[in-house]
Every structure is written in C-alpha cells, then in structure tokens.
Write a protein that binds this ligand. Structure first.
Ligand code: DHB
Ligand code: FE
Length: 288
C-alpha cells in the first residue's frame, strides 16, 4: 500500500532559483534564506521519499490564458524545466510517475473532483525552485532529482481561483487515492507558493508578517478552520499573489489528522523576509 508520510510547505520565489544557479547562495542577502533550508535538506536525506506529489502553480508558462485548468495532474514520463524568458534553469529533467499519477487521477476524478490530465508540459519556477530548496543544487549533466515527482498544477493566476475549502477536501481525496495504490511507496506531498506578496499595482511589495505567521500557526493546529478563510481575505491581507497559499491546504488536507488520525509532528518551521518581493515561509510536517 502507498502511504503519505510527510507534507512540506515552501515558497517558490524565482530569484531563489537564480541565486542558486548563479552561485550567490553565500552572499549576505541570500545566506539567511538558504540557511533556513539546511535542516530541510538533511531531513530529505534522512527521510527519502519514493515519490513527491508536488502541488504548485504554473505562471502562464505551460498554460497560457488560452487554456486555464483549475486542477491539472501530470501523468507524463518526464517534464523539462521551462524557459521562462531567460533560458531553462540548469536543473535536471523532472521524472514523473505515470502509474501512480494515473491511479490518483482515476481515484480523485471518481471522488468527484474535475482534474485535467496533462501528459506533456514544461515545469516553471513554481515546481523547480521548491525542488532546489529541498534537494540542493544538482548538475543536470551528472545528477538527477532524488525521486520521481508528480506535478499537480492549481490555477491561482487567473480568477476565479478555487476556494480553501475545496483545496482541503481535494487533499483528503488525494490521501484516499494514494492509500488505494497497490504498491508499497513512501509519498511526500508538497504545497508550494506564497507567502504574502504582491507583484504589481499600488500595493506592490506588500508583506504581512503577522498574517503569514498566524497562517503557519493555523495550518499546523486548525487546518480545517483555516480552510474556511475566503479567497478575498488572502488578497486583502497577503497581497494579490498571496492567494498562492491556498495550495498549501491541499497538502495539509492529505495528512492523517484530516482523516481522523493523529496530528503530525512539526519537524521544521522557517520564516524570512526579504527574498525578492516575497515573504519566504516553510514548514515540514511528518506523520506521527
Ligand atoms: C516573485 C514571487 C513569485 O511567487 C513569483 O511567481 C514571481 C516572482 C517575487 O518575489 O519576485
Ligand atoms: Fe509565484
């Protein structure tokens, strides 16, 4: 039986990827950010997953305004790092897990969630930056990512976006799907994006430390209640791009306590400002 053993939550700021790729991680500005992920890289080595189910948002890279799936699951064999205007990031190609992804698609769609099936796409900073933060730099010529990854893209770019409640319920459905897969696999589920940031308009540069930290508190202790927060509160309090945080509720809904089990353990918590225009937040929860 496959099982979800941990959830990871992290921001995906593209400048973090650039800092890593350009060898700037030890510069004064960036060192505190990368230091915050040192325990995470060790934790990944100590608790290696067989598969990562990675919830992220595409930033008009694979999906343009011509086609906007609310939820899209990658069932492909592999995914190339996307060219977002300055060439693809020098990171390994992401290997998928078509068999588990297809099973999850079948199960979750039969649990009444409409998923778009994606057999071919490139993946942007929303997916590759979290991998870099958790796994460290990887030379694509000689190294691979440590395990297969199932990309799960959520529309938080073009309104209307899915509600927190729907995201949390989707996580619960994903948990049931994983648990009905007939192979002994250790699966991590990652929720990425956020925390507070606004990239354009009169409030560009907005950061809300209090709201972010309260979000982290509630994500740990009362995720079902947190899932009731309406999308407009994210936008008002955490900025227009702060809405990326609803994706964290999918991963949180896949943990045992959302299905009546024990609460997870907090293995690591980190918060830092600034990183580009975004507050960096990070949490690792492991099943008890
Ligand atoms: C930034 C953050 C994002 O989430 C993103 O998708 C693009 C840019 C930033 O902080 O610059
Ligand atoms: Fe983003």
């Amino acid at each position: 039986m496959a099982r979800i053993t941990a959830s990871v939550f992290t921001s995906h700021v593209p400048a973090i990827g650039a800092a890593l790729d350009l060898g700037k991680t030890q510069e004064d500005y960036w060192q505190p950010v990368f230091d915050g992920y040192l325990p995470s890289k060790q934790w990944m080595k100590d608790n290696p997953p067989d598969v990562v189910f990675l919830i992220y948002n595409d930033h008009a890279t694979a999906f343009s305004l011509q086609m906007i799936p609310t939820f899209a699951i990658g069932t492909g064999q592999s995914y190339r790092p996307a060219d977002e205007g300055w060439g693809p990031r020098p990171v390994p190609v992401v290997q998928g897990h078509p068999a588990l992804a297809s099973h999850i698609a079948q199960s979750v769609i039969q649990q009444d969630f409409d998923l778009t099936i994606v057999n071919q796409m490139d993946v942007d900073h929303g997916l590759t930056v979290p991998l870099s933060l958790m796994c460290g730099a990887r030379d694509p010529a000689t190294e691979a990512w440590p395990c297969p990854v199932i990309p799960f893209a959520v529309n938080v770019v073009q309104y209307p976006v899915p509600s927190g409640r729907r995201c949390f319920e989707l996580g619960r459905a994903i948990r049931r799907a994983v648990q009905s897969y007939d192979e002994d696999l250790n699966v991590h589920i990652w929720g990425t994006g956020g925390m507070s940031h606004q990239l354009q308009g009169a409030r560009a540069g907005l950061i809300n430390r209090d709201w972010d930290n309260r979000f982290l508190d509630r994500l740990i202790a009362e995720p079902a209640a947190l899932a009731e927060v309406p999308h407009i509160d994210y936008v008002r309090e955490a900025g227009s791009e702060g809405i990326e945080l609803v994706m964290w509720l999918i991963a949180r809904g896949a943990m045992a306590d959302a299905a009546g089990g024990p609460a997870p353990q907090v293995k690591h918590r980190f918060y830092h400002v600034p990183a580009s225009n975004t507050a960096v937040g990070h949490l690792i929860l492991q099943e008890a």
